[in-house]
Design a protein around this ligand. Structure first.
Ligand code: NAD
Length: 484
């Protein structure tokens, strides 16, 4: 039986208390996860603190950069191990995990190492009242011990998106992966040891949120800052925990993103784009499009075309050829998504396609499958249009004018992403400027340049990550003023 242990001070640590890690495709047992209690979390934070003042804290930037490149290379060398672990934990198709999750997981270490190597700091000369001169210059210092709390939808990618810049900036980390996906964070511990990252720099504690490792970590006074990706209401709980000791937070939270398709869009590209944004990763992408607004002249044609695409997505396990959609992460999440499928019917939706569970053969019948689902005909007040579902589904509504589309897109408390489809340059720029989101894609979706700012507006997040923007959270600028 596989054991997923905590990784503390460079060693794998078992605890007396375990929970099961089950596969989304068939609910089969993958292994046992060792839950960290308050004592293990405390040991991890202390190991991280000790590493800050040890070899890691004294290391030159050049050496740190070299080590982080080695981490990326070692992930790539063990690509198949990471791929197998991620596919087992999430059930996502091979094509997706091998093109997105694992390569991006590795790239996050190189990208941020290179940014830190090249980033300048400011300096000012000033005249002093006595007729003399002074110079000021800024020094970037690591924030300290960073608590990293992660979700299950892109486990390695989203975790390294935080751990990469945190370590590049000279911090140490204690990671709390999602209880649903413990494998790749654990495997990364082996990589850290293999390439010679000093013990205590990277630590992993397993467990749940409230009254478990997540809460113990975020409440721990030895943690200097908390970076979190997950649901908005979890963010609220973590923010309350961080208030004690006025510790900074960086949050990537939920979304209820709009897709806007204008009548002048390249029709086939728009249909393909919305197919991805609504159904990729079984709809479990924070940037996903659960509200689609289509300009009236192409509305019926668009709905019909998206229906064909949705119905062509073959459900199945990661390695099966031709599979286009995996299962949801857990039975609990499946029940949540199905409850929204029911709500849509209760509120009078026209179910264009889906709305239930696909019939799966053999052991797969035990997996957490749902059908890609499209609705039309609901008022904007309907639950499936207001609340984040995080499943492979979308509601499509018609609109007439550009102004109306913008108002509809912005009528939400969330503000993560929008995808706009139009061949008119003017429309694209005007809409992009007015949608209240952290990222607006035009004629694309989930196209990421890692140097750009990423984050959410409104209740979708606090702060920006990516490129030099990550340094704002992971470092503190100190000013040195010298009177000459
Ligand atoms: P979640 O909030 O349920 O859990 C995320 C993590 O927080 C888990 O590790 C969990 O154990 C931990 N946690 C839960 N309660 C806690 C508490 N009180 N204290 C400390 N830790 C706690 O989210 P999830 O279900 O894993 O992920 C899905 C959500 O994440 C969706 O809302 C999605 O939109 C969001 N998400 C956002 C982004 C983004 O970049 N904005 C990216 C991916 C996912």
């Amino acid at each position: 039986m596989k054991q997923f242990m905590n990784f503390i001070g460079g060693e794998f640590v078992a605890t007396g208390k375990t929970f099961e890690n089950r596969a989304p495709v068939d609910n089969g047992l993958i292994g046992l996860v060792h839950e960290a209690g308050a004592a293990e979390v405390d040991a991890a934070v202390k190991a991280a603190r000790a590493a800050l003042t040890g070899e890691w804290g004294r290391m030159s930037v050049a050496k740190r950069v070299e080590l982080l490149h080695a981490v990326a290379d070692e992930i790539n060398r063990r690509f198949d191990d990471f791929l197998a672990a991620e596919m087992a934990d999430t059930g996502k198709p091979h094509a997706l995990a091998s093109h997105v999750d694992i390569p991006r997981g590795a790239a996050n270490f190189k990208v941020f190492a290179d940014i830190v190597k090249n980033v300048p700091a400011e300096s000012f000369e000033m005249a002093t009242p006595d007729g003399g001169q002074a110079i000021n210059y800024a020094v970037r210092s690591p924030l300290g011990v960073i608590g990293v709390v992660c979700p299950w939808n892109l486990p390695l990618l989203l975790m390294t998106w935080k751990v990469g810049p945190a370590l590049a900036c000279g911090n140490t980390v204690v990671v709390k992966p999602s209880e649903e996906t413990p494998a790749t964070a654990t495997l990364l511990g082996e990589v850290m040891n293999a390439v010679g990252i000093p013990p205590g720099v990277y630590n992993v504690v397993h467990g749940f949120g409230p009254d478990s490792a997540g809460e113990f970590l975020t409440r721990h006074p030895g943690v200097n800052g908390i970076t979190f990706t997950g649901e908005t209401r979890t963010g609220e709980a973590i923010m309350a925990a961080a208030a004690k000791g006025v510790r900074p937070v960086s949050f990537e939270l939920g979304g209820k993103n709009a897709g806007i398709v204008f009548a002048d869009a390249d029709f086939d590209k728009a249909v393909a784009g919305i197919t991805r944004s609504a159904f990729e990763n079984c709809g479990q992408v924070c940037l996903g499009t659960e509200r689609v607004y289509v300009q009236r002249p192409i509305f019926d044609r668009f709905v019909a075309a998206l229906k064909v695409r949705a119905e062509a997505l073959k459900p199945g396990p990661p390695q099966e050829p031709g599979v286009g959609i995996g299962p949801l992460i857990s039975r609990e999440h499946q029940q949540k998504v199905l409850s929204y499928y029911q709500k849509a019917k209760d509120e009078g939706a026209t179910v264009v396609t889906g709305g239930g569970v696909p019939s799966m053969k053999g052991a797969l019948a035990e997996g957490h499958w749902v059908q890609p689902t499209i609705w039309t005909g609901l008022p904007e007040t309907a639950a499936v249009i207001r609340e984040e579902i995080f499943g492979p589904c979308c509601h499509i509504a018609p609109f007439d004018t550009e102004e109306e589309a913008i108002v509809l897109a912005n009528a939400t408390d969330y503000g993560l992403a929008t995808t706009v489809w139009t061949e008119n340059l003017g429309t694209a720029h005007r809409v992009a400027k007015r949608v209240e989101v952290g990222i607006c894609w035009v004629n694309s979706w989930f196209l990421r340049d890692l140097r750009t700012a990423f984050g959410g507006a409104k209740t979708s997040g606090i702060g920006r990550e990516g490129g030099v923007h990550s340094l704002e959270f992971y470092t503190e600028l100190r000013n040195v003023c010298i009177k000459l």
